[in-house]
Design a protein around this ligand. Structure first.
Ligand SMILES: [Zn+2]
Length: 166
């Protein structure tokens, strides 16, 4: 990479970070629940393990929750934490479950991700550190955010909508 390209890349990264979120200062304060890699392998199916623990991405339109419109709560498949309400789900056309907001801001943590030649914001579960997906700033709701989450990182619980009860 030449210097001009490097500088351009850095500038775009800074611009992106400035609009992505203001929660970054809090993201590293809590230690995720610690489990050994072996424990995660035993608890999760191979697909969920690859996504939650190795930050893989499921193929678009392959996940079980892409088109689900039922009322309920989407939990972390790794630890069961409440992450996204069906009320925040919308059809993004991307092939992944998409939400305008997490159920509470503290449920998720954000990390800069420059893998695959892109500057993105990775979304992880605050409680267990599991990779969930990415958040983008082109959402349709008041937040302006589009939380693009892998179905296999989620566990849907029908009929549950109030985060305080779960
Ligand atoms: Zn979790």
């Amino acid at each position: 990479m030449n210097l001009a390209a490097a500088a351009d890349r850095r500038d775009s990264a800074i611009a992106y970070i400035s609009v992505a979120t203001d929660d970054w200062s809090t993201m590293s304060e809590e230690q995720p629940a610690s489990k050994s890699d072996e424990q995660w392998r035993q608890e999760l199916d191979p697909n969920a393990y690859a996504i939650l623990r190795e930050a893989a991405t499921e193929p678009p339109f392959s996940g079980e929750y892409v088109d689900l419109k039922d009322d309920g709560m989407y939990h972390c498949r790794g630890c069961g934490a409440s992450l996204f309400s069906s009320q925040a789900k919308f059809d993004s056309g991307t092939g992944w479950p998409s939400f305008t907001d997490p159920v509470v801001a503290e449920a998720v943590a954000l990390k800069p991700d420059s893998s695959h030649g892109m500057v993105r914001t990775e979304v992880v579960c605050s409680a267990c550190g599991g990779h969930l997906g990415h958040v983008f700033d082109d959402g349709p709701g008041a937040s302006g955010q589009r939380w693009c989450i892998n179905s296999a990182a989620l566990d849907f619980s029908a009929g549950e909508s109030d985060p305080a009860s779960g």
